[in-house]
Design a protein around this ligand. Structure first.
Ligand code: 3PG
Length: 210
């Protein structure tokens, strides 16, 4: 992509969160997502297949691939080596954030409280992940946090589904909505790529209605 990852994600306002057990699923999954109209994806370092899956998906010229669940600088190195263009963390790690900034790599750390948001602002960041979104109070909580922090944009993730997606998309402070609902592990395990495409297209259509 010729675009900065930020603009790319902002345009889609959706960020599928992928947990792959088998890197062999990476190629058909990438195809299913692009077929559904999505151009960005977060592959999580929750499985041993993560780096290889990033490498394979990053070969797809239509897809912007980032690394998720990154909690150590070593994982940042592995992500970059595999071709990841951005990094997402569940929480705020000054070590991970500092290292990404050293590398000039966009990083979206988790910030679930006003204090954590201020830590992100202190680090020069204005886009944060809000995880686990539903459990933390959902769209209402984001709206409340966005009031004092007018420059901050959120990536709510955790418990988002087809039903509550519009609530998040309705907020101007929501940068993009993340989740596994269109790339659920059971769909991947069963190779239900058509269903991944259908759910992806449905989510894309929902962003278009905002
Ligand atoms: C994440 O890491 O972003 C979340 O685990 C995704 O949450 P979900 O599976 O509830 O969408």
């Amino acid at each position: 992509s010729v675009h900065h990852p930020e603009q790319f994600i902002a345009r889609a306002r959706l960020l599928p969160v992928v947990v792959l057990q088998d890197a062999a699923d990476a190629e058909p999954l990438a195809a299913a997502l692009t077929e559904g109209g999505l151009r960005s994806v977060e592959v999580t370092f929750r499985t041993d297949a993560a780096a290889e899956a990033i490498r394979i998906m990053a070969e797809n010229p239509d897809l912007l691939v980032g690394a998720g669940t990154v909690v150590t600088p070593a994982q940042v190195d592995a992500a970059v080596a595999a071709g990841a263009r951005f990094v997402v963390s569940p929480g705020f790690s000054p070590r991970v954030v500092g290292y990404c900034q050293e590398l000039g790599l966009p990083v979206y750390p988790g910030a679930a409280t006003a204090t954590e948001i201020q830590m992100a602002l202190d680090a020069g960041l204005e886009i944060v992940k809000f995880f686990p979104a539903e459990q933390l109070g959902g769209a209402k909580m984001i709206k409340a946090l966005a009031a004092p922090f007018r420059s901050v944009r959120f990536i709510p993730t955790g418990g988002v589904n087809t039903v509550n997606l519009p609530d998040y998309l309705a907020l101007p402070s929501v940068f993009a909505v993340g989740g596994t609902w269109m790339v659920a592990p059971d769909l991947i395990a069963a190779g239900k790529w058509d269903e991944v495409t259908r759910l992806t297209a449905l989510a894309v259509e929902t962003t278009g209605r905002q």
